[in-house]
Design a protein around this ligand. Structure first.
Ligand SMILES: Nc1nc2c(c(=O)[nH]1)N[C@H]1C(S)=C(S)[C@@H](COP(=O)(O)OP(=O)(O)OC[C@H]3O[C@@H](n4cnc5c(=O)[nH]c(N)nc54)[C@H](O)[C@@H]3O)O[C@H]1N2
Ligand SMILES: Nc1nc2c(c(=O)[nH]1)N[C@H]1C(S)=C(S)[C@@H](COP(=O)(O)OP(=O)(O)OC[C@H]3O[C@@H](n4cnc5c(=O)[nH]c(N)nc54)[C@H](O)[C@@H]3O)O[C@H]1N2
Ligand SMILES: [Mo]
Length: 767
């Protein structure tokens, strides 16, 4: 199909959304089963948790508790297409490596365990028994447990995740990076320092009570569309929504509720953002500092006039520490500097402060626009500072809301998927299973990539995901994978990570969450934790995609038995026969959160993880909520300001409305007006003019850092867009070769995928 470009003027949701659902059901040849399955989506106990995003599922559930992108994710998993041994027999990997992400996954669900055969360069079928025995033997043959990495993408259930970390830890390593290391690890570092919890503090009940929302760097309409219902309800109560985003995301402007017959018939739509600030890429800390500064000025004026204070002094005195130092540094900032760094005018920041101060209960929402930066921790902590100034934490209707990515990524950390030993209940694991957890921290995602490059890592096992495609510096890393001894993909679909492989390579096909998981004790429940720390039980509803598929817990247990010494304390067979016993083990390791797990998971609406900050108890070093002083308001110290060149732009890599991470559902990005292609770069028209580029020109994009490595992607089509000057945007994962591995959040090591200095070279001019 010839690419088309046409600005989208409609709302998000609405008929565009309904049509998109129909199209994908047809393409996956899952129209009827797919449609019936959708009725079970996000219905607890006898239904399944959406496999797409981590946004909270309301209780009681709505009649059609899914969104356009949730429906796409379900259709993608329940597809009737199959990627069989015949497919693999017909295609050598050297050929498949030239296929697109879309083509690979479009082959459908994997059906058989497969082993790479070097002679024919093909994956050939292998029995489960052989595959598992060989993988176990390879792991045991390693010189040290730390030569193995156990990666997890954030989709696996709490049960599977707990077994995965137990396998790795008992094997002797904490090398347990997960997708969080590319995503919200910035949150996991920032929030504990500030407020003593690693996750967001709000629930759906808070959304129902709030009277003002701030949204920083989150593309809600594409990536957590069900949240639009909560935003719509807030708007109907008159709550303002102030959005900070370099791109004017259409879906954050207007929304038509596809579940409202009236809105659908009349074409009515609701304004989502009442105020939209196109902050410059990475300018959030400065923008928030400006709002804080304006609040201080407003508070000074109120005090002088003998009016009510703007700051919540009682809260600040009783519950926080560090305010004076924070106040001092904020007052010292010059408006001109804040304007330059944020890209916003002083009056815009003052206006945002006035609206913020008019709310008594404010929620701050954020996504990858804050976390995937060199100084992401600073930005998040500034946002917490802003909330603390008016006591917007630990009260109903207020709080901090990091929007998690994968549907169970938050839960994986809760049951032990982490590379950091300090977060592991080492003593409890010793008592429960009689082994000593390795005392070294394991690898983050970035460390794991470095280990692959340096040769330190010899074996890489993935519980889902597409690590090779999701990680930075792809062109440097890909050749290094062939030096590995062992690569194992536990997966539902074929992706590039199975094609860029080690000397011994296996694909182990697993059940998806929509599918019925029947074990010796019958149909199994599994559990997940969403972005609001709500834990619930679910059950698959569709027939498994093939008779050879195994569940993730069953695969992990088999690997454990083939790898670890036998122990009566770890009864892997019993765990697989009845997942209730895995939940009992989880409850023994983490009693505060998971006591009476098997009962409470079935309570209507599930149960919430206890979070001290929501009760104004602060599990921080100081015992208080901490105001933190920003270390810097610099956007990106990988490019020296003195050598800042006029031809260097700041690139953010973003998702389209037609993908789930590295899974490309299609080539349209309706809200951004792009159809039939992903090879585009969105630019400001002044930058285009300055660089002598015209709409439709094809450019090669290169990273503008001087570390001796050439990084380049293209050609991409120059596409004018409403984005601040000096900023540009293009799609992830295609642009991952541009991200230097060392270009990551300073403390959290999340790749800084939202601020890559680049230059452009025209390769083909518009005809
Ligand atoms: N349909 C669908 N749903 C998904 C996903 C998906 O791929 N598809 N992925 C899931 C996952 S794992 C995650 S982590 C989430 C991701 O959801 P998001 O956090 O929305 O991630 P991105 O698509 O990367 O979009 C980042 C947004 O931040 C803005 N932004 C970029 N840089 C900055 C900045 O410096 N400041 C500010 N204020 N804004 C900035 C971009 O313009 C964009 O709107 O979604 C989850 N849900
Ligand atoms: N440049 C750039 N890079 C980024 C980002 C960015 O914004 N910009 N975002 C980052 C973020 S936030 C994230 S979370 C990562 C995502 O990184 P990953 O989580 O590693 O990648 P996904 O694309 O979500 O993984 C998709 C694959 O998961 C497998 N899969 C799907 N369902 C299941 C299941 O139920 N079980 C199993 N075992 N496998 C399954 C399928 O084989 C599918 O091909 O990418 C990161 N990389
Ligand atoms: Mo993510």
């Amino acid at each position: 199909m010839k690419p088309r470009f046409k600005p989208y003027r409609g709302p998000s949701g609405g008929w565009g959304s309904a049509n998109a659902v129909g199209t994908i059901l047809l393409r996956e040849r899952a129209p009827l089963t797919g449609a019936v399955t959708l009725l079970k989506q996000n219905r607890p106990i006898d239904g399944f948790a959406c496999v797409s995003c981590a946004w909270a599922k309301p209780h009681p559930s709505k009649p059609l508790a899914f969104c356009e992108n949730g429906a796409k994710a379900t259709a993608w998993e329940t597809t009737s297409l199959r990627c069989t041994p015949e497919f693999f027999a017909a295609h050598a990997l050297s050929e498949l490596r030239n296929w697109s992400d879309y083509q690979l996954e479009q082959q459908g669900r994997l059906t058989h365990p497969m082993r790479w055969d070097a002679t024919s360069d093909r994956y050939l079928p292998v029995t489960w028994e052989e595959a598992i025995a060989e993988i176990g033997a390879e792991l045991k043959r390693l010189d040290a447990p730390d030569q193995a990495v156990f990666y997890a993408s954030g989709r696996a259930s709490l049960e599977a995740s707990y077994l995965w970390q137990l396998l790795a830890r008992r094997f002797g390593t904490n090398n347990l990076p997960d997708s969080s290391n590319m995503c919200h690890e910035t949150t996991s570092v920032a929030l504990p320092e500030s407020i003593g919890v690693p996750v967001g503090t709000v629930t759906l009940n808070d959304f129902a009570k709030t009277d003002c929302l701030l949204i920083f760097g989150h593309n809600t309409s594409s990536n957590s569309p069900r949240m639009l219902h909560d935003l719509e309800a807030a708007r109907q109560r008159g709550a303002p929504i102030i959005t900070f985003n370099p791109l004017r995301e259409r879906g954050l402007e207007r929304f038509t509720n596809p579940q409202s017959p009236k809105q659908m018939l009349t074409g009515e739509s609701q304004v989502v953002s009442t105020h939209y600030h196109q902050v410059t890429i990475g300018g959030d800390a400065a923008a928030i500092a400006g709002i804080c500064k304006a609040l201080l000025t407003m508070d000074d004026a109120a005090r002088e006039a003998g009016q009510d204070r703007v700051l919540d002094i009682a809260f600040i005195e009783q519950h926080t520490q560090g305010f004076e130092a924070f106040e001092h540094v904020i007052r010292s900032y010059a408006w001109s500097m804040l304007e330059r760094r944020s890209g916003l005018s002083r009056s815009a920041m003052e206006g945002a402060a006035r609206i913020y101060a008019s709310g008594q209960r404010v929620i701050a929402i954020y996504g990858m626009g804050l976390t995937q930066h060199r100084h992401g921790v600073t930005s998040i902590q500034m946002l917490v500072n802003l909330l603390l100034m008016r006591g917007n934490l630990g009260k109903e209707g207020a709080g901090i809301c990091p929007v998690r990515g994968h549907s169970n990524v938050q839960g994986q950390r809760t049951v032990g998927i982490t590379e950091k030993v300090t977060q592991v209940p080492v003593e409890r694991l010793r008592e429960q299973f009689d082994f000593t957890v390795s005392e070294h921290d394991g690898t983050t995602t970035v460390d794991a990539c470095e280990g692959v490059l340096s040769g330190k890592i010899k074996a890489f096992l993935a519980l889902g995901g597409n690590f090779v495609r999701a990680t930075p510096d792809s062109h440097r890393l890909e050749p290094a994978w062939s030096e590995l001894r062992l690569t194992v993909q536990i997966a539902t679909k074929l992706n590039r990570s199975a094609l860029v492989h080690g000397e011994k390579a296996y694909i182990l096909p697993c059940l998806g969450r929509t599918e019925m998981d029947t074990q010796a004790s019958g149909l199994q429940y599994h559990t997940t934790e969403d972005s609001t720390a709500c834990i619930r039980a679910w059950q698959g509803v569709v027939k498994p995609a093939g008779s050879h598929l195994r569940s993730e817990p069953a695969i992990i247990a088999a690997l454990a038995k083939a790898t670890l010494p036998a122990s009566p304390l770890m009864d892997w067979d019993a765990w697989v026969a009845d997942y209730g016993l895995i939940r009992d083990a989880i409850a023994t390791t983490y009693p505060e959160t998971f006591h009476d797990f098997n009962t409470r998971m079935l309570e209507p609406g599930g149960f919430h993880r206890p979070l001290p900050a929501t009760k104004r108890e602060w599990s921080t070093d100081s015992g208080k909520a901490n105001f933190t002083r920003p270390e810097t308001l610099a956007i990106n110290d990988d490019v020296e300001p003195t050598t800042e060149r006029r031809d260097v732009l700041n690139l953010m890599t973003v998702r389209s409305n037609d993908q789930f991470n590295t899974t490309v559902y299609g080539y349209d990005d309706r809200f951004r007006g792009v159809y039939g292609t992903r090879s585009v770069i969105f630019m400001h028209c002044n930058d285009m003019a300055r660089l002598g580029l015209k709409e439709g020109d094809q450019v090669q994009v290169s990273t503008a850092v001087d570390d001796g490595v050439q990084r380049s992607v293209g050609p991409l089509r120059v596409t004018p867009h409403d984005i601040p000057e000096g900023c540009c945007a293009a799609y992830y994962p295609e642009c991952n070769p541009l991200v230097p591995l060392w270009h990551h959040e300073k403390k959290a090591k999340v790749p800084a995928a939202k601020s890559i200095p680049i230059t452009l070279r025209r390769v083909i001019a518009t005809a």
